[in-house]
Design a protein around this ligand. Structure first.
Ligand code: ADP
Ligand code: ADP
Length: 228
């Protein structure tokens, strides 16, 4: 579990207009924060700065009150779920979920890995599919495997980059419900980028609106979308 503090974060690529321009947000432990805004407004850049895949030009990033600007991604213990779920086609569902644990060599015994993978699979209702390959799964099942890979690591927070944007409307609805249930069950701090107002309404404790890298507004979905 983690609180995440963005303190005057700035990202400049070259000498153009900053992609992220002085953004400050306190994300509480267990909060589900939605990031919205037009294409190119800096949502992905902000997520990548938090997870550590993008350098911070200025400002501070704190996780549980500790400055992590210079920390390697692996030391931040955050889990990112991408929109193209990037599963390994030659590995089974079981091995896809186990993959992040096998990467941290020696840290987990085979028994621990087995327990964690089966627990994640059961949370996501994937028990029946552990021996299948991604090609033999539906889009929604694949997305759940990607989620399984994220939750198996006991990360302190999840970062989602439009995880449902490649799914059809029906699956999107199902997955939205599942993510909401997961969040209720696990109560894990999440930052979630989306274009979809229904996702923002269903999942968000608060919604942050970015425009040209600047934080325009931050409010509960109700305040934001149900204004007269
Ligand atoms: P969003 O996710 O909201 O669509 P991005 O964070 O991808 O926005 O992009 C924000 C701005 O930063 C855009 O103007 C984009 O062109 C620019 N940008 C993103 N990544 C790079 C990069 N690697 N090099 C240069 N400019 C980039
Ligand atoms: P490399 O594997 O060459 O070091 P990567 O950009 O693939 O470079 O990843 C660097 C580190 O970033 C990884 O060791 C991992 O800890 C972290 N990382 C990469 N992708 C994610 C992600 N989706 N969620 C959390 N951490 C990630």
């Amino acid at each position: 579990m983690a609180s995440i503090t963005l303190n005057h974060l700035v990202k400049k690529y070259g000498d153009g207009f900053p992609a992220v321009n002085d953004v400050s947000i306190d994300i509480a432990d267990g909060e589900f924060l939605i990031l919205v805004g037009p294409s190119g407004c800096g949502k992905s850049t902000l997520l990548r700065m938090i997870v550590g895949l993008e350098d911070i030009t200025s400002g501070d990033l704190l996780i549980n009150g500790q400055r992590v600007n210079e920390k390697e991604p692996r030391e931040r213990n955050l889990s990112m779920v991408f929109q193209n779920y990037a599963l390994y086609p030659h590995l089974t569902v079981y091995e896809n979920i186990a993959f992040p644990l096998r990467l941290s060599k020696g840290k987990f015994s085979d028994e621990e890995i087995d327990r964690k993978v089966r627990h994640a699979a059961s949370t996501l209702d994937l028990d029946e599919h552990l021996e299948r390959k991604p090609a033999n799964l539906s889009g929604g099942q694949r997305q759940r495997v990607a989620m399984g890979r994220a939750i198996v690591r006991d990360a302190d927070a999840f970062l989602f980059d439009e995880p449902l944007s490649n799914l059809d409307a029906k699956l999107r609805g199902q997955m939205r419900t599942e993510i909401a249930q997961l969040q209720r069950r696990m109560g894990i701090t999440s930052v979630y980028v989306t274009h979809d107002q229904t996702e923002a309404m269903t999942l968000g404790d608060r919604v942050a609106v970015l425009k040209k890298g600047i934080l325009q507004q931050i409010a509960s979905p109700r305040e934001l979308y149900e204004q007269p």
